[in-house]
Design a protein around this ligand. Sequence first.
Ligand code: URP
Ligand code: ZN
Ligand code: ZN
Length: 479
Amino acid sequence: MSVPGQADLVVHGGTVVNATGSRAATVLIAGGRITALLDANSPLPSHARAIDATGQLVIPGGVDPHCHVGQRLGDVSMLDDHEQASIAALWGGTTTIIDFAIPEPGQTPLEAAHTRLKQAGAARCDTALHGGVVAWDHSTRGQLFAMADLGVRTTKLFTTYRDGVMADTETIRAVMATTEELGGVTLIHAEQNHIIETHQKDAAAAGHRHSRFMASMRPEQAELESVKQVLTIAEQEQASVYFVHQTTADVVDLVRQARARGVRVYSETCPHYLVLDDSLYEKQHPERYVCCPPLRSTATRDDLRAVVLQGHVDTIGSDHCCYSTVQKSAHADDAVNVPNGLPGVETRLTVTFDSLVSSQQMAVEDFVALTSTNPARLNGLRGKGYIAPGADADLVVFDPHQRRAVTTSDLHMATDYTPYEGHSFTGWPTTVIAGGRVVVDPDGFHDPGPIGRHLRAQSQLDGHRHLMTSLVRDATQRP
Ligand code: URP
Ligand code: ZN
Ligand code: ZN
């Protein structure tokens, strides 16, 4: 048990950043928890290991709300497991990952959740889990209740990938209603499938199947139409809905307008949609950048960045999917069959910091809100996403001035490429503390073993709704 003011570890000399404000302070840690924040000039407690964060930021450990770990989608499996993904996450300053239990053919949502929870036992950082539903049947409601008992209260649905994981409208409606009853949130991958299939058919007829043509096969219009439809259902069901990986200012704006009408809806985007663009599909190895939705034009990317800077996006998730260049290139000439998704759990904080804070002068508090505080709140993860007495001791000493180029050989994800190879970014973690243990420091990685706990999502109905509707969105909400 942690006692206020006790410490076996202290972090001193840095600027402690919360979503609600920053101050020079010393953080005291004992028993895996933060026990006190002292004024910067207070004497350090004796007998405690001291981490000197002078000149650096001390931020809450990152919470990655969107991380596929070793998942099988269609015929292909991602290459990592919970050990590898969590180690890569920690290297990058993320101390909590939220994985997905998307049912495979023949598997029920509850079976998928049980399987994933068992696998997550190997994680080196704390984990939480999103469930998934493909098709509603007489047993689904009971399964969602059983999953909530396991602490899984967020459920992902797809409006695309027919013959795969696509859910029909009645499934979407029923999952939203039941998830709401359970005090949870429905996650939506929104792309209108028939628009995509029409574009894919037209592309095939023109002989344009190659990954080079990826962007044109899944146009912005598909995302826009799907978000509109899902918002209508959410409003009718009075459900809480979170749109994963939004790629355009237009869809973020639809969410913002719905929110203004009182609908509990939220926007997530990903670092790659803020930094990369669809010109990569015209260069070498376009298949390495195949993700759904695809990378957009530079104009769309810049507009998306602008709405993030205006405070209209709630979270930044990695949408981490670990495939190798061999897996990607096996179907390069047929974009529809390229395993989709990009590796990114390790680069999420740095790419986001560089593109929003270093390059665009977003406040560091808003960066913390997007990458840690808001993902923790929206997923009902108590003790995560802030630095204060009683919080879990997940901290990152982050150097806001360090600049270096990304190269695969320096990264720890279970793949042989990064979409950011050669890009220089400013802002890197230098020390990472997870559950009160120093796991990354200038000497390297100190493997704590499989200490990651499965975090049970709190119900919004237990007073958590207040937290969720008071997300920190912009500077005007700071004291
Ligand atoms: O391309 C992507 N995003 N793949 C991962 C699965 C998903 O849709 O989130
Ligand atoms: Zn998705
Ligand atoms: Zn995803």
